[in-house]
Design a protein around this ligand. Structure first.
Ligand code: TXA
Ligand code: MG
Length: 500
């Protein structure tokens, strides 16, 4: 039996193919086979058995259902010369090459040899008597692939039929581009406006954005991150003028916070308007609004022409990214584009303040501290306040920011040193994350810098480095008060509360 990989063609492309078919039908008459699928033909050598189906099932489990971006250029050839037939060709591109390599690897691991035919036929096939004719056509079609199907080809009453065996998600084909500057912003805006998702820099951490007014687009964020859908997204704007239509009202207090701290590392929770779909707020009546100060972020949002819903651009439970490289490490193959704006200045997520409560309440500490907020509000419930445990930000119940290796907080220099030495004796490869290496002799230390701003800016990249280069991370306790609270909030999550 022959097995085909088929990429179901979206309506827009199908229309084009139909138009070609009609044209051909008119000029030649006769029967033609309809082409709803681009067939990437995989000729399995030998019988296809359940192993293949198992492999595809495995792909299905491991893959996301986010659409892959496909650019296939159709190179046509007028082949009906002297009765000779050629198919319209789809030029192979990097994505297809990637599919080939992927399948080769997976199939050979299963002991199944395979061939991938070079031509991909969008089945614009005209039949006239026994001959097939193909009309020349040259065009670039962009295809958003959201799924693949495994087809079996069968002859039914002399006609070739493709019978679907199995359908699965298409993200295995996605390559993630990293771009900079004006081109990046244009490409990012184009993707957002066609319902896609894009990672972009902000001064806090990198975000993974979608059009906040497009429910379907925002759902792709949850898929790409593996984020539970009951955890709401923050909505980013390029200007404070864009806020009123997103919220029911801006209270006097909210107005003061906005005026004082936007643009900047703060998210203000207000009552949402009907413009915001439920997918963004996870069904809550409130929405978090943020206006980044990062210029690239704002240019990007402005170019999109819509508010951008964005969580941090990491997979759920992983460390938030503060550089394009961090995003790439975590999200390669899951998103089409990362806009590279360099390292994030602030380095930890925005302060979240809920302005819908009687007492404005900090749901997540950040670089805008409670004392800064108190300069414009008469009272603030701090993150440590008891109210927090009653109604925390929904995200607080998930273990966030977790490095891949064991991570602990050391109460003081002595316990950091003894923890380090013990780990060393056990044959592990520990590292200490500290403001400075000074107290630690020649032990491995990732230095953050002495000022609070430096600690904030560098903490996530230190955790990224720690998990990549070592297998045990010991983090200095940065104490409390001001930014210390904000950093320790992340550090305690990274360690799951484990102390030595
Ligand atoms: O700095 C930041 O805020 C970054 C950048 C990209 O802007 N974004 C970010 O998003 O950190 P995320 O999704 O990783 O964290 C947002 C947190 C989550 O814990 C979520 O539960 C909470 O904000 N949140 C969002 N909307 C909320 C709402 N309407 N009510 C309560 N909490 C909300
Ligand atoms: Mg996050």
């Amino acid at each position: 039996m022959r097995v085909f990989f088929a990429i179901p063609i979206p309506d827009s492309v199908r229309e084009k193919i139909r138009a070609i078919q009609d044209m051909l039908k008119e000029s030649y008459g006769g029967k033609y086979t309809d082409g709803d699928n681009l067939h990437i033909t995989l000729a399995f050598i030998g019988d296809v058995d359940t192993k293949v189906i198992d492999m595809l099932t495995e792909i299905e489990i491991n893959s996301d259902t986010i659409p892959a971006e496909f650019k296939l250029s159709l190179r046509g050839m007028d082949s009906f010369k002297d009765g000779k037939v050629t198919y319209l060709k789809v030029e192979k591109n990097a994505e297809i090459e990637r599919l080939r390599a992927y399948l080769e690897e997976r199939l050979s691991a299963l002991g199944i040899p395979f061939e991938m035919r070079d031509e991909f036929c969008p089945h614009v096939t005209i039949r006239r008597g026994k001959k097939e004719m193909i009309k020349e056509e040259s065009e670039t079609l962009e295809i958003n692939v959201s799924s693949f199907a495994l087809y079996e080809s069968k002859r039914v009453d002399g006609e070739l039929k493709y019978v679907p065996i199995k359908t699965f998600g298409g993200n295995i084909l996605m390559t993630t581009k990293i771009m900079k500057g004006k081109d990046a912003i244009e490409e990012g805006a184009r993707l957002i406006n066609s319902g896609g998702i894009v990672a972009f820099p902000t001064e806090t951490v990198y975000g993974l954005g979608a059009n906040a007014l497009d429910e379907e687009a925002t759902l792709k964020i949850f898929e790409a991150k593996g984020r539970p859908q009951d955890n709401p997204l923050i909505v980013h704007v390029a200007s404070v003028d864009d806020i009123p239509k997103l919220v029911e009202e801006i209270s006097e207090g909210a107005r003061r916070v906005i005026d004082a701290f936007m643009p900047g590392p703060i998210t203000v929770i207000m009552k949402k308007s009907d413009a915001i779909p439920n997918s963004v707020t996870a069904g809550l009546r409130n929405v978090g609004i943020r206006m980044p100060v990062n210029e690239t972020a704002r240019e990007f949002i402005r170019a999109c022409g819509c508010p951008i819903a964005a969580p941090s651009a990491n997979r759920s439970t992983r460390i938030s990214p503060t550089s394009a490289e961090h995003v790439y490490e975590d999200m390669n193959g899951r998103i089409p584009l990362i806009i590279d704006g360099g390292a994030s200045d602030v380095g930890i997520e925005s302060t979240i303040i809920d302005m819908t409560r009687d007492t404005p309440t900090i749901l997540r500490p950040g670089a805008i501290t409670e004392s800064m907020l108190l300069s414009v509000l008469s009272e603030v419930r701090t993150f440590q306040g008891k109210v927090i445990s009653v109604a925390p930000a929904p995200g607080m119940k998930y273990r966030h920011y977790a490095p891949r290796c064991e991570t602990v907080v050391a109460s003081d220099v002595e316990s950091a040193i003894s923890g380090y030495d013990r780990a060393k004796e056990e044959g592990r490869d520990p590292v200490i994350v500290a403001r400075s290496h000074e107290a630690y002799g020649d032990r491995n230390v990732i230095e953050l810098g002495k000022s609070d701003e430096e600690v904030c800016r560098n903490i996530y990249s230190a955790l990224h480095r720690g998990e990549t280069e070592h297998d045990y991370i010991i983090i200095e306790d940065f104490g409390d008060g001001g930014i210390g609270d904000s950093v320790m909030n992340r550090v305690n999550k990274a360690s799951g509360g484990k102390r030595i």
